[in-house]
Ligand binder design. Sequence first.
Ligand code: FEO
Length: 169
Amino acid sequence: MITAKMEKAFNEQINKELYSAYLYLSMQAYFERLNLTGFVNWMSVQVQEENAHAMGMYNYVNERGGKVELLAIDKPQTDWESPLDVFRHVLEHEEYVTSRINALMDVADEEKDRAALSFLDWYLKEQVEEESNVGGVLAKLELIGDDKHALLLLDKDLATRTFVAPVIG
Ligand code: FEO
């Protein structure tokens, strides 16, 4: 069984993961407008990953006999100044998500829910990877500056990212 407090915290995090997918879909649409198809691809993989993160928690709550309650998803930002501006936002957002996973683990600690802690370990590792991936693209964009040719080369590179369904938990 899952405690009411733990269930509420998981439902809130499912919402954050779905919001992340929504935010990245909005960023994907921004890149569509710029015709940067590699960035579009990178974001579409990111959207799929976030949906997978949400579904991992959805399945876990069900498995523990809890009730999944879907909350309203906020409207995401729709415009950015540049690809660099987008990736600064992505990193900031991922750091926020990491802080929410840590908070969720704090609840699991308080509730003495070892199974939840063990399950959430995967998410913690995933956040380290996410921040590192995003930080890598951000560093390249900072180097690129106003060099359009270099931006197109990065776009080509980001076109190779593929979605691999994660095995969560
Ligand atoms: Fe699901 Fe990017 O954190």
